[in-house]
Write a protein that binds this ligand. Structure first.
Ligand code: HEM
Length: 312
């Protein structure tokens, strides 16, 4: 059997990606094009005494308040069931004081599903539902066969148990960020945000018994008991690490040298308006953490701005 030819769309743009994200979700009004279901929270950040070895960014070297949002799914479906084992969890947070704020957007998988913007658009377009409300599985299969790296993220999630809650999940910011310390030394880091106390996964039976809103319920219970803490970790680069491909991890990423930059404690629920009125903007990084050099990162600021305009 011959493999169908994959048509790559001509030069994807942030706007065409936002349209495709929305189309995959069935174009629901007034919600984010991605990670549409979420809950706004607040908390605090406290730096470790090693943060300055890695970055001079005052977002990471000074204590501050934190505005954050936990979310579900990489798609724009605001009603996604939290029991969907392939749905990602998201954790976006803004830390630092006026003039030194940074937004870090993380998800419960260490890689993105596309290496280039054109590939991202083609991946999404293959999944836009047809008149019967379902994507054409033949098209999805053919695309995956021709673009195996677009399955890395899904394979990662499928190989890991459903996290018991937003609190017991590890998150990654995926890209390689250039970090500059006060001595002017720059190296690439990857952000990993690890729950203090480790990842918590329910048994298969417990997972089957979960309600469609179990993440929210767990969040509220844990906030009431003061129980949500994350270590913000910098994974340090080594010579030869690839910094442009967001579909792969660095070799031995989980076992390599890492520095804890600080701790986030989630202390309360916040009105959702506080998170919905603007964007967590990946390009908003205080001096000391630079923009990752890959083309996927370069498109994000514009895409989030367009999504905000469409959901207002
Ligand atoms: C590469 C790794 C990526 C990660 C970790 C990531 C993570 C996230 C998270 C956590 C959110 C929810 C933000 C919130 O809580 O308000 C989000 C939203 C969004 N993402 Fe991404 N994302 C990634 C890549 C991309 C790319 C490449 C694009 C498009 C070019 C994109 C487009 C969007 C859009 C349009 C939204 C909705 C923005 C809004 O309306 O506020 N993302 N993403």
């Amino acid at each position: 059997m011959s493999t169908p030819t994959i048509q790559f769309p001509a030069a994807a743009t942030p706007a065409s990606i936002v349209d495709a994200l929305r189309a995959v979700a069935g174009d629901p009004p007034k919600v984010r094009a991605s990670f549409a279901k979420g809950r706004c929270v607040r908390g605090t950040y406290r730096p470790s005494d090693r943060a300055e070895e890695i970055t001079k960014s005052r977002s990471f070297t000074r204590p501050s308040r934190v505005l954050a949002r936990f979310s579900v799914g990489c798609g724009g479906n605001p009603d996604v069931a939290e029991t969907d084992r392939l749905a990602l969890r998201g954790f976006s947070f803004r830390l630092g004081d006026v003039g030194h704020r940074s937004d870090i957007l993380t998800q419960s998988a260490p890689m993105h599903f596309a290496r280039t913007l054109d590939q991202m658009l083609a991946f999404l377009e293959a999944r836009i539902p047809g008149p019967d409300g379902k994507p054409d599985l033949e098209k999805v299969r053919a695309f995956s066969a021709a673009n195996p790296e677009t399955l890395h993220r899904e394979s990662y999630i499928a190989a890991h148990p459903l996290p018991a809650g937003f609190a017991g999940t590890t998150y990654w910011a995926v890209h390689a960020f250039p970090a500059t310390n006060s001595r002017g030394e720059t190296r690439f880091i990857k952000f990993k945000v690890v729950p203090v106390g480790g990842d918590v996964a329910p048994t298969e039976d417990e997972a089957d018994a979960k309600s469609a809103d179990f993440l929210y319920d767990d969040l509220e219970t844990r906030i009431a008991t003061g129980d949500i803490r994350f270590s913000v970790i910098a994974l340090l680069d080594r010579p030869g690490d690839r910094t442009l491909d967001v579909t792969i991890r660095w070799p031995d990423e989980d076992d390599r040298e890492a520095v804890r930059l600080g701790t986030i404690v989630i202390t309360g629920l916040e009105a959702n308006d506080a998170c919905d009125a603007s964007i967590f903007d990946p390009a908003n990084l205080a001096d000391g953490i630079g923009h990752p050099p890959d083309e996927i990162f370069a498109a994000r600021h514009a895409a989030y701005t367009i999504s905000l305009a469409k959901r207002r």
